[in-house]
Ligand binder design. Structure first.
Ligand code: A2P
Length: 317
């Protein structure tokens, strides 16, 4: 499978991975096992997704059955917002490794550049991003403190690479001012409604690999009841025309559009046929005109914007 070489370690990050956000907890171990059997070699998890123990069970079963070796699978996890304080970040990463039942993450990301009030180690969340008082419960940990913990995870062999997620260029440039170990990967929302060209260009210049999430656009949010009043990209006429030209499904051309720009994708599916279909975007090319047609759908629509998502809608519940 095609991959991106990470600058610092030379490690290869597969261009197509399996995302664990919203993968049903009760079937997660089987889904992960089957994803690995189908050929996925990157698992994208997070403390926030609440299924790391089950994902780890699936991974360990696949290793025990000889489907994969640990070193063949690129495992990503993320630090949740309530654990940004130095000692909390380090303790959480250790706990997350225990949940997965592995010794190291290939990549550990700061999930959001937002530090929220710590509750206790058993809580993934404060009661809400917003408290009953309607206020955001921010905590005053600066990013350089969190980043120092991230760097020490690398020193201790708990993370091979570290990076950022849901961050803009200004934060990346700020981290680079003090980073002893530079961010290797940026994970961001990316689809034809949000093409993020300036940020992609910056990352290219800085040698930071990019992973795009929500590649299928609004589809990820439909089941959460979020309606941004735009056509679902999976039914969009322009996407349909490109799909017809390529002889592929709507989902496949949306994934290919990102991959063809050198961006890794991490589609999730609870459905085995779709999971297999999503892996098959390595072996065809979109014409320049079709790439442009998809990019021209850009309306800078951010579906997962912490500045405007009310947690009471259930997205972060
Ligand atoms: P399902 O799990 O039922 O397949 P993302 O990973 O970008 O968040 O998107 C996942 C969403 O898209 C889920 O709602 C998932 O539902 C759906 N999905 C995943 N793959 C496909 C596909 N190939 N065709 C249509 N929908 C898909």
């Amino acid at each position: 499978m095609a991959s991106i070489v990470l600058k610092r370690t030379g490690q290869k990050m597969p261009l197509i991975g399996f995302g664990l956000w919203k993968v049903t907890k009760s079937s997660c171990a089987d889904t992960v096992y089957n994803a690995l059997k189908a050929g996925y070699r990157l698992l994208d998890g997070a403390g926030d997704y609440g299924n790391e123990k089950e994902a780890g069970e699936g991974l360990r079963r696949a290793i025990a059955d000889g489907v994969v070796k640990r070193e063949e699978v690129f495992v990503t996890s993320k630090l949740w917002n309530t654990f940004h304080q130095y000692d909390h970040a380090k303790a959480l990463a250790k706990k997350q490794l225990e949940l997965w039942g592995i010794d190291y993450f290939d990549l550990f990301l700061v999930h959001f550049p937002i530090a929220l009030q710590y509750v206790d180690p058993s809580h993934r969340y404060p009661p809400e991003w917003w408290g009953d008082d309607g206020k955001v419960h921010l905590q005053n940990t600066p990013m350089h403190e969190t980043w120092r913990a991230m760097e020490e995870l690398v020193d201790e062999g708990k993370a091979k690479n570290i990076g950022l997620s849901n961050s803009q260029g200004s934060l990346i440039l700020d981290v680079l001012r003090y980073a002893r170990i530079e961010p290797q990967v940026l994970q961001i929302e990316l689809h034809p409604y949000l093409t993020q060209e300036p940020l992609l260009n910056l990352c290219k210049t800085l040698g930071i690999a990019v992973t795009g999430y929500s590649s299928l656009g609004p589809q990820s949010y439909v089941e959460l009841g979020v309606d941004k009043g735009v056509p679902n990209l999976l039914n969009h006429d322009v996407v349909g025309t490109v799909a017809k030209n390529a002889g592929k499904s709507h989902a496949q051309v949306l994934l290919r559009w990102a991959v063809q720009q050198g961006v890794a994708v991490i589609p999730k599916s609870n459905n085995h046929d779709r999971l297999v279909q999503n892996l098959q975007v390595d072996s065809f090319e979109l014409s320049e005109a079709d790439m442009k047609a998809l990019s021209s759908l850009n309306i800078n629509l951010r579906l997962n914007d912490p500045a405007d998502i009310d947690p009471r809608m259930g997205i972060f519940a």
